[in-house]
Design a protein around this ligand. Structure first.
Ligand code: SF4
Length: 496
């Protein structure tokens, strides 16, 4: 699809054209912008408003870019949903980028009026965007302003030094190339949501444990390790007063500490008791079940072979439950693992592995130790299994699958691998700012899912951002409905 770039000033148009991107000069100020917008109603494809802007916050410097999340004009506010996705592209191109509201005013804003705009939460001010954005008329639209002056150096003075204008010109030129790639990715698409997807019962329970403790005890609240492996969940709880620590000796005596969903080895519990900490255990009950199996096998004199990823928090917790645990990651390691008594070997698995691969590893263990025993039922949890089944079912009908999840989330990474094994390209994204439209440029159908540690709200954000890259026909491919819920730990079960 084509991209139309609107630039109010000659200098702004020059910066965009220097990047080899066509620009339409609309003229400076509200009246010129309104006239230009009226002329543009037959334009196809995406629309970008690019130009200089006045910075309203101290954190901005000349040459920074502001990608508008909304444009506030005299007639109201116009939301721009794809801002974070575009900002991510610009950041990956090495530009300094902020996202936030841009205010449009008919006149140059200085002094006290400018301070009032800053207090309203707007990041930048311009004189045209609010009148140009309506020209998009439902097509994809973005507003990118390069900061030319800052609160300490307002426009009339900054232009005299020229330095601010130069920095902004350079930034606009570099941004224009990125905007062209953004425009190239705009096309109508289908999007298939995987069902089930996103947070599982164990993750929801762990987050609720922390939230209830915050409510009851107030901050600071300590959590050993990331409560769940998701960067957004962790950052959100940190903002609310949670302090994440790697080890229990970082927690002050008598403080409250929560154990993460991945479980802890027994030595951590003993250490917490010795240091007189008040502990609440958010270990997922399905991980606790694996711990119990490890203790049961070890108590009967078996060497336990744990199929999992060495160093993962869950594996570290399970390993602590029995003295003789061997960890193997794949069939090759399984074929070579050493044990004391080959006739007394048991296997267990991490809860978040890929189902197909784990089967191969267990087959290799069975070949090596014909008498090997395993858990009563599979350790790979229902949530991991269901999310993988859902991706396997939708991948063949997609050109690319996006998996929302953090890089340290085992179950999210497995979803990428499952899609790839089904022959479909797949990408792991923490949020919409990690989506590179180049992946989607040729994609007519996108699959979208999320790991068990990623909240559904992140899926919604990615969906909203994708909808800005052209008309999106959304459907859902559901393989099963989940009803599993876990009770909170007894000490937190009281009515709210
Ligand atoms: S992925 Fe499975 S084991 Fe892990 S927290 Fe969720 S339900 Fe529990």
């Amino acid at each position: 699809m084509s991209l139309t770039v609107l630039t109010p000033l000659r200098l702004e148009a020059h910066a965009v054209r220097k990047a080899g991107v066509e620009a339409v000069r609309t003229g400076m100020g509200a009246r010129a912008a309104r006239r230009a917008a009226a002329r543009l109603d037959t334009v196809d494809g995406a629309l970008a408003v690019m130009g200089f802007g006045g910075g309203l916050h101290d954190g901005l410097v000349a040459g920074d870019l502001v990608v508008a999340t909304e444009v506030r004009g005299p007639a109201g506010t116009q939301p721009l949903l794809g801002a974070e996705l575009l900002a991510g592209m610009l950041r990956r191109a090495g530009l300094r980028v902020h996202t936030g509201p841009v205010a449009s005013r008919a006149r140059l804003v200085t002094g006290a009026a400018r301070a009032r705009l800053a207090a309203s939460g707007a990041l930048a001010v311009d004189m045209e965007s609010a009148w140009l954005v309506p020209a998009a008329a439902g097509r994809p639209v973005a507003v990118v302003r390069a900061i030319v002056d800052t609160p300490g150096r307002e426009l009339h003075r900054a232009l005299a030094t020229v330095a601010g204008a130069r920095a902004a010109h350079r930034a606009l030129r570099r941004a224009a190339t990125v905007l062209a790639a953004w425009g190239d990715a705009v096309r109508p698409r289908a999007l298939v949501l995987a069902g089930p997807r996103a947070s599982c019962a164990g993750v929801e329970r762990a987050i609720e444990v922390v939230e209830r403790m915050l409510e009851q005890e107030g901050p600071p609240l300590y959590v050993r390790k990331q409560i769940v492996h998701n960067a957004h969940v962790v950052a959100d709880l940190e903002r609310r007063g949670v302090i994440f620590v790697d080890e229990i000796d970082e927690v002050p005596e008598h403080a409250n500490v929560v154990f993460s969903a991945h479980g802890v080895p027994p030595r951590v519990r003993s250490e917490a008791t010795r240091r007189r900490l008040r502990t609440v255990d958010a270990t997922c009950p399905l991980v606790s079940k694996v711990h119990a199996e490890a203790r049961r096998f070890a108590g009967r004199g078996y060497t336990v072979v744990l199929v999992g990823h060495d160093g993962h928090d869950e594996v570290e917790g399970t390993r602590g439950e029995a003295p003789a645990i061997r960890v193997v990651a794949d069939a090759r390691e399984a074929a070579n693992v050493e044990v004391e008594d080959p006739d007394r070997v048991a296997y267990l698995t991490q809860t978040t592995l890929a189902v197909d691969e784990t089967r191969d590893v267990i087959d290799a263990l069975r070949e090596r130790f014909p008498g090997i025993v395993g858990p009563g039922s599979d350790d790979i949890c229902y949530a991991t299994q269901n999310r993988q089944d859902a991706v396997r079912a939708l991948a063949p009908e997609c050109d690319v699958v996006l998996v929302v999840g953090s890089a340290n989330s085992s179950n999210s990474r497995r979803l990428v691998e499952v899609a790839e094994r089904a022959g479909t390209a797949a990408r792991l994204v923490d949020d919409e700012s990690h989506v590179d439209p180049a992946w989607l440029a040729r994609a007519g159908t996108i699959g979208l899912t999320a790991g068990a540690s990623a909240p559904e709200r992140l899926v919604a954000r990615v969906l909203d951002a994708l909808a800005v890259l052209g008309p999106l026909e959304v459907s859902e491919h559901t393989v099963t409905r989940e009803t599993t819920r876990f009770k909170l730990p007894p000490e937190l079960r009281g009515e709210r």
